[in-house]
Design a protein around this ligand. Structure first.
Ligand SMILES: [Zn+2]
Length: 478
């Protein structure tokens, strides 16, 4: 049987919100503190303690909902999701069941076959559980610092059909939450977490039973786990087996999914309205204020950048991958007097390279204005491309922002003196008779070789355009 099998994938993304305090109490929501430092009767669920919702968390969730084009509920409520686990001292998690804060919306991804919109079913607020620490010799320990930290859960429609699309979607969600400043998007530290629902069915047949895959704690893991799971289900169907509802854990070391439990359904959690919290009224005026304060969104900015002359789609993608990069690019652009191509080259080249190399997070080691002035020294022919890179490296390491002064100090001004360069070139021609002969007999691509040699001899200070002209003059005209 060779009928085509198709996969259907939906993702549930949990994003930890960057609030100062937890979802329902005033404990700090900071990451990486000594264990059990930030707890109180509310987040430990002690008798008599009462939760109070965090307004900033609600606002952050509304920001994402609005950015994705969703509808913000006029009235919303919290519910208890009951289950037992050692890192959940209350015995329930406060979440949202039937009246989520936001419904609908979509996020556009660039999949294998072009742009595609992935629907958002809902975005709701909930609190995080604590963390079990399994690597202690005494056994499993529990750290409750994370208990009660605000989360949003973004539930996508089952609109993706390949691991690559799931990867693209997750990338897009991560960019959005970071862009809006509501989550740092760190999958490794767990501030962004992802579960997938995946089913396989024969083309034209009704949707298969979705299998939930958990523990996808890296982008690569999402792709690998889904690839594995789709293959496993396809083979099972081909062998005439049925796939039953279950929850699997991805094991990145062995590269397989393992059954964790047969999938629970909503009624297993005995959801009921949180009796300690009243329904939340979301004032439309407040929502409109939040909407008005939304920044230019990543896809809007990408579109605006893509319209600049000389901007390739791949550049627009890279420059809008983070708001910090987009801001930096616009600052360099204005410092160069709107030299688009040159600004793209400097930002996507040296600026991003040194930011990555020096590993200072989002911060660029050289200011946008210094990058812009250096780009101008280059465009005015005062510094060659190679010399400019040397100056950039110096600025990146020292934090200086005076490219012209560095150029003078290091003697990196471009040599544009014809006589001086011609002398250097004549020597190189003499030292390389074979190449000179080949150039004379028409092998013009050797021009790069000669320019390279002159650059080497002048330590990168020669004006390469002038060297090209001189080469033509000396070897062709004679
Ligand atoms: Zn607390």
């Amino acid at each position: 049987m060779n009928g085509a099998y198709i996969a259907t994938i939906g993702l549930e993304v949990h994003a930890q919100l960057l609030t100062r305090s937890k979802m329902f109490c005033s404990c700090a929501a900071t990451y990486g503190e000594p264990e059990n430092r930030h707890t109180c009767p509310v987040c430990l669920g002690l008798p008599g303690a009462l939760p109070v919702p965090n307004r900033t968390a609600v606002e952050m969730a509304i920001r994402v909902g609005l950015a994705a084009g969703g509808r913000i509920a006029r009235r919303t409520k919290f519910d208890r999701k009951n289950y037992f686990y050692p890192d959940l001292p209350k015995g329930y998690q406060i979440s949202q069941f039937d009246m989520p804060l936001c419904e609908g919306g979509e996020i556009e991804i660039r999949g294998e076959s072009g742009a595609k919109k992935v629907g958002i079913i809902r975005i709701h607020l909930e609190e995080d559980a604590g963390k079990s620490l399994h690597d202690d010799p005494d056994g499993t320990l529990v750290d409750l610092n994370r208990c009660g930290v605000p989360l949003i859960e973004i539930v996508s429609a089952p609109d993706m059909s390949s691991p690559a699309e799931a990867y693209a979607y997750l990338t897009e969600v991560r960019r959005l939450v970071r862009w809006l400043g509501i989550c740092d998007g760190n999958l490794e530290e767990g501030s962004l977490r992802c579960d997938a629902n995946v089913s396989v069915t024969r083309e034209g047949a009704p949707l298969g039973i979705p299998i939930e895959v958990k523990n996808l704690n890296s982008f690569h893991g999402v792709e690998r786990a889904l690839t594995y799971e789709i293959k496993r289900q396809t083979e099972a169907l081909q062998a005439g087996e049925t796939v039953s509802r279950q929850t699997c854990l991805w094991d990145p070391e062995r590269g397989i999914t393992r059954v964790m439990r047969t999938k629970e359904q909503a009624h297993d959690y005995r959801y009921f309205p949180e009796p300690d919290l009243i329904e939340l009224e979301v004032e439309p005026d407040w929502v409109e204020q939040i909407r008005a304060r939304l920044p230019e969104l990543p896809w809007e900015r990408r579109l605006r950048f893509a319209e600049m002359p000389g901007m390739r789609p791949v550049d627009a993608d890279l420059l809008t991958s983070e708001s910090e990069i987009a801001d930096y690019f616009e600052d360099v652009l204005s410092a160069t007097g709107n030299d688009v191509s040159r600004s793209i080259r400097w930002v996507t080249g040296e600026a991003l390279r040194w930011r990555k190399e020096l590993g200072r997070g989002e911060r660029f080691p050289v200011s946008a204005s210094a990058t812009g002035s250096l780009a101008q020294l280059e465009s005015q022919g005062k510094a060659s491309g190679i010399a400019a890179k040397t100056i950039y490296e110096e600025m990146a390491h020292t934090g200086r922002d005076d490219p012209a002064a560095i150029m003078k100090e290091k003697g990196l001004e471009q040599v544009s003196d014809e006589g001086e360069l011609a002398a250097v070139l004549r020597q190189i021609i003499e030292d390389n008779p074979k190449e000179s002969e080949r150039y004379r007999s028409g092998e013009k691509k050797l021009q790069a070789f000669f320019i390279g040699q002159v650059m080497k001899a002048t330590k990168g200070k020669a004006d390469p355009k002038l060297v090209g002209k001189l080469l033509h003059k000396i070897l062709e005209i004679g």
